[in-house]
Design a protein around this ligand. Structure first.
Ligand SMILES: C[C@@](CO)(OP(=O)(O)O)[C@H](O)COP(=O)(O)OP(=O)(O)OC[C@H]1O[C@@H](n2ccc(N)nc2=O)[C@H](O)[C@@H]1O
Ligand SMILES: Nc1ncnc2c1ncn2[C@@H]1O[C@H](COP(=O)(O)OP(=O)(O)O)[C@@H](O)[C@H]1O
Length: 269
């Protein structure tokens, strides 16, 4: 079986309070975008994981896709070993959720291949043990996410027909470090109310990671400014960064960023 785990962007990201479990309560709109990895999983005599495309930092044995298999195998020892190949295209540590998407798609694939018949809630529960962003990719639809990022409400957002221009300056930002650099702010304006009014997004739909990360990485702020100068009706950093995106009503011209930057221009379905 082959699937194409997609990335996401965050429309607004409010960091509200630190929790007892050392995570943070957040409010964000997570939106899928057409940038994908490719993931193949085949029943096999022995367990194997390999990847190609972008190098993935860390030990392959700790890859989130392998962790997804091992977690299901622990509860369903009747499933056979599998051979897994991941073609990595989504920039890593970019605020695009690529690792979480790979893990979520692996959970769905393994459930399908071996007829585990896991429902959405069960898959989301397994996903939540692999990462806060993971449960989103089980249904993979625009959602307002709260709690650690695992509680969902419908999102009053439809970007169909808009163009997304995504730039990743290949600066790897660890999610943990990004959260450590932010002072939580509770009592922020209701995210759903802001999302309901796209005309206010430029001023009201904020990503709380931007202040600290833009200070340390002025390049990111410059990318956001260049999107507005190019006619974006909204631009922001995605998640804990470092990818920055702009939304355009019509196809944007390609801008002249340094050639090692990852760039993507796509119309949203
Ligand atoms: C910031 C967000 C926004 O969508 O996405 P990315 O920027 O990573 O794509 C997510 O909250 C990231 O989710 P994810 O990348 O799965 O984070 P996890 O692996 O669960 O957590 C990594 C570390 O980030 C911190 N963390 C994560 C989520 C959260 N709600 N509060 C936190 O404080 C914790 O220090 C945790 O140990
Ligand atoms: N399949 C995977 N793809 C990408 N990163 C992975 C994967 N499995 C584990 N990781 C680890 O997760 C971290 C990045 O996760 P990723 O989801 O790409 O970040 P972000 O959510 O910021 O976009 C890296 O430190 C990487 O080593």
């Amino acid at each position: 079986m082959i699937t194409f785990p997609n990335a996401k962007i965050n429309l607004g990201l409010q960091i509200l309070r630190k929790r007892q479990d050392h995570f943070h309560d957040i409010a964000t709109c997570i939106y899928p975008i057409p940038l994908t990895d490719a993931l193949e999983i085949i029943p096999s005599g022995t367990l194997h994981f390999g990847s190609s495309g972008r190098d993935i930092p860390g030990n392959p044995d700790s890859n989130l896709v392998l962790k997804a298999y091992q977690m299901l195998y622990a509860d369903y020892p009747r499933i056979s070993p599998v051979s897994i190949h991941l073609y990595k295209k989504i920039p890593i540590g970019a605020g695009l959720g690529g690792g979480s998407a790979d893990a979520a798609f692996a959970l769905k694939m393994i459930s399908d291949i071996f007829g585990l018949d896991l429902d959405v809630l069960q898959l989301e529960h397994y996903g939540g043990q692999l990462g806060s962003d993971c449960p989103f990719f089980i249904e993979n639809q625009p959602r307002i996410a709260t709690g650690r990022g695992e509680l969902f409400q419908p999102a009053p957002v439809n970007l169909s027909g808009n163009w997304v221009y995504l730039v990743h300056p290949e600066i790897h930002i660890s999610t943990r470090e990004a959260y450590a650099g932010v002072v939580p702010r509770s009592g922020q304006k209701d995210l759903k109310e802001i999302l309901d009014k796209p005309s206010t997004w430029k001023t009201d739909l904020t990503n709380d990671f931007e202040a600290s990360l833009f200070e340390n990485h002025p390049t990111l702020s410059a990318i956001k400014t260049s999107f507005y100068e190019a006619g974006a009706w909204y631009a922001a950093m995605s998640g804990s960064g470092s990818a920055v995106f702009g939304l355009f009503s019509s196809a944007p011209e390609k801008l002249s960023f340094p050639k090692h930057y990852f760039q993507l221009i796509r119309q949203l379905d």
